[in-house]
Design a protein around this ligand. Structure first.
Ligand code: FMN
Length: 333
């Protein structure tokens, strides 16, 4: 018999990937490593190892094994599917490093593979043969349609409110439009960090949330304590979208770095030159060395509702509890 009062926290994607709660932790290069992913998964969400631009295949294998040493629950790997075109060729193929990351993810049968950038098309069929669930992060409806065409099982619609690289459309407009356009599950992202945010995402028709900034401000995140403190101290209008990091629009905390480049817009190089010459060293200064003024500190407008650095498992549990309360309150229960 159908349950007349189904648990709103148990959306179909929870059963599809074997998690207890629809709280997914975003893959973030250097920040979302094994310790964070394991803590989120162990608490019943989906923890994700972010390979970013620098993780090598052998490091990824170690990270996967570290997660498995802590939890037997499902987790994911987020890969930026960067491509190169050989000289004189019209066909682009994944870089050697990306091919290595894909190989490790498939060999280790990681339960969920996420494409944070580019098309995962070349990995989807082999992933499916191994029972791996595939998702793509997208920032526009047309990219969502393309991802479905590539064969992904679900899309993560990340709006302009979010941290890191962003598209044009805000989360509250993007998510319902992507839900309406697709037949596959949609996960909401961008500027969401708490239980009311999860409740709202479910109302938009999403099956869960994918949270980046919220999980930077956790004990297990691989970020300098000054970066975490800055997220806690910054209000919702304290971020800006700038091309200063990579040459592409990226939301980060406003500081001396962003102010410097705001006066030199015309000197910002196209992607990837700006990243190589300016953004990557500034990222290391911000994320790892804790220079909160001269470094790059990507963060979403969600900073406004983040009040403390907490253990990641507590964050997952609090979001679920608050979302249940928000849904009950809205229903007048
Ligand atoms: C520091 C930082 C690094 C990120 N790196 C990645 C990445 O490597 N791969 C990816 O898919 N998304 C990355 N993102 C974007 C997230 O996937 C997500 O879209 C975004 O964090 C959602 O907004 P929120 O930060 O407000 O939760 C990053 C975001 C941040 C803040």
């Amino acid at each position: 018999m159908a349950d007349s009062n189904p648990d709103p926290m148990r959306t179909p994607i929870c059963d599809a990937i074997g998690i207890d709660y629809p709280v997914l932790q975003a893959g973030m290069g250097m920040i979302a490593q094994a310790e964070l992913a394991a803590a989120v998964s162990e608490a019943g969400g989906l923890g994700v190892i972010g390979t970013g631009l620098s993780m090598r295949p052998d490091e990824l294998r170690e990270q996967i094994r570290t997660v498995r040493g802590v939890t037997d629950k499902p987790f994911g790997v987020d890969i930026l599917f960067a491509t190169v075109r050989a000289k004189g060729s019209s066909v682009a193929s994944y870089t050697d490093n990306v091919q290595g990351l894909i190989r490790v993810t498939l060999e280790e049968r990681v339960p969920v593979l996420i494409s944070g950038l580019g098309s995962p098309r070349g990995a989807v069929s082999e992933a499916h043969e191994r029972g791996i669930y595939v998702m793509s992060v997208i920032g526009a409806e047309r990219h969502a349609l393309k991802a479905v065409n590539d064969g992904v099982d679900a899309v993560i619609a990340s709006g302009r409110d979010g941290g890191g690289h962003v598209g044009e459309v805000g989360t509250a407009a993007l998510v319902p439009s992507v839900v309406a356009a697709l037949d596959v599950p949609v996960i909401a992202a961008g500027g969401l960090a708490d239980g009311p945010g999860l409740a709202a995402a479910l109302m938009w028709g999403a099956q869960g949330v994918w949270l980046g900034t919220r999980f930077i401000a956790t004990a297990e995140a691989g970020a300098h304590r000054n970066y975490k403190a800055k997220i806690v101290d910054t209000g919702s209008s304290g971020t800006v979208v700038t091309r200063a990091h990579s040459g592409k629009p990226c939301r980060m905390i406003r500081n001396d770095f962003t102010d410097y480049w705001a006066e030199r817009e015309s000197e910002i190089q196209p992607y990837p030159r700006q990243a190589l010459e300016v953004g990557n060293p500034a990222s290391t200064r911000g994320r790892l060395e804790g220079d909160a003024e001269r470094g790059v500190l990507p963060a979403g407008q969600s900073v406004g509702v983040i009040r403390a650095v907490e253990p990641a498992g507590d964050v997952v549990r609090a979001i679920v509890e608050q979302a249940r309360a928000a849904i009950a309150a809205a229903a007048g229960l």
